[in-house]
Each structure stands twice: as C-alpha cells, then as structure tokens.
Design a protein around this ligand. Structure first.
Ligand SMILES: [Zn+2]
Length: 119
C-alpha cells in the first residue's frame, strides 16, 4: 500500500497534537504506529494496538535516546550562535543569526514537548 499525501498530512497532524511516532509499524500498512496519550494506533487504518510493556519501554527508551541526542545538537548550536551574535556588529549578520536561533529554539521546543509527553 502506497502512502498518499493525505496520510502524511494526518501523521503530521498527529505529531502536532503531541503524538509520538513509534518504532513499531502496522503489520498491515507498514507505517509507523503512533502513540497519543495511552493509545497506540496505526494512522492509516486506525487500528489500535497494545504493546507489551517491555517492548513499549524498549521503544520509549530508543525514541528518548534519539530525541535527546537531537536535543544536545540543538543546544550546542544555540550556544555557538549565541557566541556569534555577541561577536558581530553587522546588523545583517545579526538578523541572519537571530533567525537561525529562532529556528533552533523552535526545534528544541518541539523536542522537549515530545520528551515531556511521556507519562
Ligand atoms: Zn494500519
């Protein structure tokens, strides 16, 4: 089954709602399962899944790990950019740097939102 644009939109929508994408996939649709609150389901066929506790914890740990390494990258980029901003007096350069800072802050906010959603 091919994934259509509408399906991608639905997945993006779910992520915005705070759902997390799991490493397990739907045996039918072959797409990653999503977890919203305590529900694990396939974004395409809407079938619900119950993950055995250890598997869930495994996937949670794996997801956390990759999110945390991304978080570290975002923080180090922000530090670098902060140094660059204070070192430059050129307004164009400052504008460019501040736009990048804003972008990374956005990324960081999303990552923190995802990792804090774990109950
Ligand atoms: Zn499915």
């Amino acid at each position: 089954m091919a994934i259509r644009d509408a399906d991608f939109k639905r997945m993006a929508e779910l992520l915005k709602l705070g759902a997390s994408m799991l490493s397990e996939s739907c045996p039918e649709c072959k797409v990653p399962l999503f977890k919203l609150k305590n529900d694990v389901f396939c974004p395409l066929c809407n079938r619900k899944f119950i993950l055995v506790k250890s598997d869930e914890e495994l996937s949670r740990a794996a997801t956390d790990l990759s999110l945390r390494s991304l978080e570290k990258i975002a923080v180090s980029k922000l530090e670098e950019l902060g140094d660059l901003v204070s070192a430059t007096t050129n307004p164009d350069k400052q504008f460019e740097l501040v736009s990048l800072i804003s972008m990374w802050l956005d990324v960081l906010g999303k990552l923190r939102n995802l990792t804090s959603k774990k109950e």
